[in-house]
Structure formats: structure tokens, C-alpha cells
Design a binder for this molecule. Structure first.
Ligand code: G6P
Length: 367
């Protein structure tokens, strides 16, 4: 059925708002007696336990899902993962083993580069598993197994609900693998699953804090460029937040792993320059705080995404976009919502069409 605005002013705001329900749908019935229910994978525990390498191939926002999925799979299942841009992957050497799994992530299921990569890996004998939003899409038809994220039609060019739902799908895949590989017990998997179940309400809480994103708009509205920083999973949140800012608000936002900042981007900082730091409570928090201090010492204006109660960050930042306390592997699914809203508010403040940014297509069906 065709998507309608249903009272929202634009599809992006509607799709941002739909994220909690989409994630609830995706999680429903997934925790079974023996662990994660994922018949779509169509592989036995023995098959899964033999996987020694995973290629995740995707483009755009879906590529960022791949980066998060890599962290989850390597942390929980201890299987080596390589994440590749499909457009690069198709013209480079591919090192498959007899037990390499290919995972493609594609909202539309029609991105030409991603489909080519899947065909290439299939031709090399790999099993191909698709994470997609569109029933009957090319990705679904051509893969050995397909996990539908069931997020409903995504119309706005800039992906929002597909991003968060695809990350949840990646988490489910990681947990399914972790059990099959004997790296986690049913009880440990359940513990993480319960954390995932907290995501929808945490996102609803972030919605109630949208005024925090509105307050940060003046820092970006007239900016020529901005720097987004984060470490670990938060570097991916920085990449995705910067992508949103470029896509719809036309601000040149450059995302960098916070620790790499000293090797280049710090040269950009002068008084008034906007730095957005993603710094939730996690094992690398203090390291990122040092990078905030370095930025501030050079006159940067700081917007931070931080966890409730973080006084240290509150004292350093000009604006804080607060997120509830979450497991550090799950927090990216919540933290990014602030950055989706921030980019949208900046775009609206500039009078731009948030659903149809210039030069971009919803799905890129040419290589
Ligand atoms: C285009 C869209 C992006 C999307 C990317 C990959 O660039 O504008 O929002 O992330 O394609 O699309 P896919 O459908 O493969 O996830």
C-alpha cells in the first residue's frame, strides 16, 4: 500500500516517529526456548558454527548498519567480519574460504552495486543472507535467506527507520551466531535481548527531548562545515549523523574516529567551529572526553550526545543531546535518533525539502 503522510508534515518526521513500533515488530517472537528464532537464515547450528569469515556488503546508510553489525558479531560471536562498500568490493580482490558467509544489507533490496556484490559472492560458492525492508525485492529473490525488517515503506530519501531496524536485525543475527558458535549461553543471549527490548521506549524518550536538538540548530544552520567525532560503535553513529547532515541539510559534516582527529581534522578547528561528539557511557568514554577538551581548547562549539547524568560532559559542552542509560552495544540504535532529528531541524531551518534532497535518489539502481 502506498505510504501517506497521515498528519505528519513530511515523510522523514513520520518515519523517525515509526521507529519504536518497527523495532517492536521485529523483536516480537524472536526469543525462543532455545535462543534466537531466525528460520530465515535456513542454516543449521552446525553450518553456522563452521562460518569462519563474514563479508557484509552494503551502500550508504546500510553500510553503517554493517559497521555496527561487525562490532556485535565480533564481540558476541567471535567471528571475523569485513564490511565493504559494494561499489569498491566489486572491483577488488575477494578472499573467500569454504565457510564464508555473505550478508547484504539493503533497505530497498534494489541497489545495483549491492546486488552485484551478492551475485559475485554467490558465484564463489558463498551463502548469501539479505537484510532488507522490501518484500520480494531483488535482494530477497536472489539470496539464500532473507530477514525482512518489516519497517514499512520508507519514502524519505534519507534513511531513518530502516537504519535502526536493520541494526536490530544485525543484533539478532549476531546473537543467533553467538549461540550456534558456543560463544554465548541462552541466558547471556536473553540478557542482551532484554536490552534490545528497551530500545523502543528509549527512542520514545529521545523524542520527548527533541527540544534539545532544536536548541543546537543555530550552531549548524550557518556553518560551512562541522566535525562529528566518536569512538568504537559511536564512531559509526558519528558517520551516520554526519551523513544525515550532509544529505538533507547540505552542511559539510565530516565524521572521524575521535582518536584520529589529531592526524588531520583538528587543523580545521578555530573559534566557533561546530564539533559534535558522540560520547555515551561506555568503555571508551574518557578517551572521547579528552578529544572534546582538545576541541574546546581551540575554540570549538561542542554539541555532545551523552548519557543521562554525565556531569563531566555537561560541563564541557554547549549543548547536550541526552540519551537514557543503555547497554553500550545497544546505545547506537538510540543515540542516532537525536542526530536524525538534528539534521532534520537544521534542514527545516534552512527552508529545505527534507524528503527530497537535491541530487540524491532513494535507491541507486545503476552501478
Ligand atoms: C541511497 C539512499 C540512502 C541509502 C542507500 C543504500 O543512497 O539515498 O538512504 O542508504 O541508497 O540503499 P539501500 O536500499 O541499498 O539500503
Amino acid at each position: 500500500s502506498a505510504a501517506t503522510l497521515g498528519g505528519y508534515s513530511d515523510f522523514m518526521s513520520k518515519e523517525i516517529a515509526e521507529q519504536p513500533e518497527a523495532i517492536e515488530r521485529l523483536l516480537k517472537g524472536r526469543l525462543g526456548e532455545h535462543g534466537i528464532e531466525m528460520d530465515e537464515l535456513d542454516m543449521t547450528d552446525e553450518d553456522l558454527a563452521r562460518i569462519d569469515r563474514i563479508y557484509i556488503v552494503a551502500c550508504g546508510t546500510s553500510y553503517h548498519v554493517g559497521l555496527i553489525a561487525k562490532t556485535m558479531i565480533e564481540h558476541w560471536a567471535k567471528v571475523f567480519v569485513s564490511v565493504e562498500y559494494a561499489s569498491e568490493f566489486n572491483y577488488s580482490d575477494v578472499l573467500v574460504t569454504d565457510h564464508t558467509l555473505c550478508v547484504i544489507v539493503t533497505q530497498s533490496g534494489e541497489t545495483a552495486d549491492t546486488l552485484s556484490a551478492a551475485r559475485r559472492l554467490k558465484g564463489m560458492g558463498c551463502k548469501v543472507f539479505a537484510i532488507t525492508n522490501v518484500l520480494g525485492s531483488s535482494a530477497a529473490r536472489e539470496s539464500d535467506g532473507t530477514l525482512y525488517i518489516q519497517a514499512g515503506p520508507e519514502v524519505a530519501v534519507a534513511s531513518t527507520k530502516a537504519y535502526t531496524a536493520q541494526m536490530v536485525a544485525g543484533a539478532l543475527l549476531a546473537l543467533r551466531l553467538a549461540l550456534a558458535c558456543g560463544q554465548m549461553t541462552r541466558a547471556e543471549v536473553e540478557k542482551v535481548f532484554r536490552e534490545l527490548e528497551k530500545v523502543p521506549d528509549a527512542i520514545r524518550e529521545v523524542f520527548r527531548r527533541s527540544w534539545q536538538d532544536k536548541q543546537a540548530v543555530p550552531l549548524f544552520r550557518d556553518a560551512q562545515s562541522a566535525l562529528y567525532l566518536g569512538r568504537g560503535t559511536s564512531s559509526t553513529t558519528a558517520y551516520e549523523g554526519a551523513l544525515k547532515m550532509k544529505e538533507i541539510a547540505y552542511v559539510h559534516a565530516e565524521a572521524y574516529p575521535a582518536g584520529e582527529m589529531k592526524h588531520g581534522p583538528i587543523a580545521l578547528i578555530q573559534p566557533g567551529f561546530p564539533v559534535l561528539a558522540v560520547v555515551p557511557a561506555d568503555h571508551v568514554h574518557d578517551k572521547t572526553v579528552s578529544n572534546i577538551m582538545e576541541s574546546k581548547a581551540r575554540g570549538a562549539r561542542i554539541v555532545a550526545v551523552a548519557t543521562d547524568g554525565d556531569e563531566q560532559v555537561a560541563n564541557l559542552a554547549d549543548h547536550v543531546l541526552w540519551v537514557p542509560q543503555m547497554d553500550e552495544y545497544v546505545v547506537p540504535i538510540v543515540a542516532v535518533v537525536h542526530l536524525q532529528m538534528l539534521a532534520r531541524y537544521v534542514a527545516l531551518a534552512k527552508g529545505l525539502d527534507v524528503d527530497k534532497p537535491r541530487n540524491l535518489a532513494k535507491s541507486v539502481t545503476v552501478e
